[in-house]
Design a protein around this ligand. Sequence first.
Ligand code: ADP
Ligand code: MG
Length: 443
Amino acid sequence: MDKKISNISELIIKELEKRIKPIEFKRYIKQLKYNESLSNIHSAVFEAPNALIANWAQAKYAELIATLFEMKTNIKPAILFRISDDEVLLTSFLEGSKAPKISTIGSPLNPLYTFENFIVGGSNEFAYRAAIMASKKPGIVYNPLFIHGGVGLGKTHLMHAVGNVLKDHGKDVIYTSVENFLNDFSRYLRIGEMEQFKNKYRKCDLLLIDDVQFLSGKVKVQEEFFHTFEALKNENRQIIITSDQHPKKIAGIEKRLISRFEWGLVADIQPPELDTKLEIIKKKCEINRVSFSNDIIQYIATIIENNTREIEGIITKLNAYSQLMGIEVDLEFARSVMKNQIEEKKTEITIDSILEMVAKELNVKQSEMRSNNRTVPVVQARRIAIYLSRTLTPNSMPQLASYFGLKDHTAVSHTMKKIKAMIETDDDFKLKIHEMINKVSNI
Ligand code: ADP
Ligand code: MG
C-alpha cells in the first residue's frame, strides 16, 4: 500500500477517535497498529496486542473502519486483524462486506483449527480418528469422509485440521462453503471459463465442502458438484464433507449424491460431555492467552449447553469487560456479565418440563418418578426433580407432594434438605445440578 493510503489510515484513526467513547478508544483502537506492508487495495491489516482485542475490534469496529475507508477512498477494503507477535491471522474477511475479495477459489483455512487444538472426548472421538486417518492417507481410506452433527460441535474445525496438515505437506487444498462453490460456479459460467473452474476443483488434492445441507434444492449446483465429486473420487483425491445431518436425512438432494456421500465413512459428532467441554474452555483460554480460575471455567461450562462456538464469545466478553472496568474476573463478576445472556434465553419452566429433562438425563421413566417406585436411581431422580421444581417453579410444597405422589409436604421438605446437603458436599453433584438447571432453562 502506498504512502497516500497509509496516511489515510491515520486519518481514519482520527475519525474513529471522534466517534468512539474515549475509554474504548484508548483501550482498543489505540492499541491497534496499521500494518502497511501487509495491506493492499483489497484489505487493510491491523495488528492487535492479543487475540481478545483483535476479536473485540473485529466485532465492534471492523464495519465502521471499513466504512470510513470507503468514505475517504471510495474503496471498501476488508478489515483484518492479526496478533502482532504471532503469524496467526485471526480474523478473516469481514462477513457481508462489499469488500472486493481476493480472487482465490474457496476460503482460507483457519490456522488455529488444528488437531493439536482439538479436544478429543467420547462425543467426537470417532470423527476425530477418521479425520486423522484422512490426513495420513488422503484419498485412500475414507473417501469421502462425511462428518455430521449440530451447530458448533467442531465439524469445521476438524475439516480444517485435515486441510492444515495437507497444506503443510504442500498439497493443494480447497475449502469452500456451498455458497462459495455456487458463486464460483456462476462466475466462471458467466465469463465462459468453465474449464478453469473444473481444473481447479477437480484437480485439487483435498476438497473440503462445509455445510453441504445448503445444497438442498439447488439442482444445477448439485449436478456440478456430482461431477466434481466423481472426478475427484476417481483419481483418489480426498473429499471431506460436513453437514448438520446424516446424509439420509438431508432433504432436497439428489439420490445419487446422497448415496455417494455414504460411500466412504459417515462419522457423527455428538454434543460434548462435561469433561470435554471443560477441556475445550481451557484450550480456548490458552489460545486466547487469558487465564480464569477453575470456578469460572466450570461456570462457563454450565452456561453453554452444546454450542461450543459460544465459548470464545464468552471468554472475549468476560475479558473485555474486566479490561474495561479494570477489575479481576471472579465468579460474581462472571455471573453479572452473563446475566443478560442467560435471561435472554430463559423459557418458562414447569414441573412437566423438569420431569422430562430429569428423565432424559438420568435415564429413568417419567411415570416411575411419579409412582412409589423405591429403586435407588428412581428415588434419586425423583428427589432431584422435586428439588428443581421447588427451586425453579412457583409450586408450593403441598402441590409438589401431590404431584409426585408423596404423603405430605414434610416429605418434600425432607427431600429439599437431602439434595441441598449433597450440593454442599459433592462438587460433581453440584455441577450436575447446575447443568440440569441450564438444560431445563434452555440455556
Ligand atoms: P461446527 O462447524 O460444527 O458448527 P466449529 O468447527 O465451527 O463447529 O466449532 C465451533 C467452535 O468450537 C470453534 O471455535 C472450534 O474451535 C470450537 N470447538 C468445537 N469442538 C472443539 C473441540 N473438540 N476442541 C476444541 N475446540 C472445539
Ligand atoms: Mg461449521
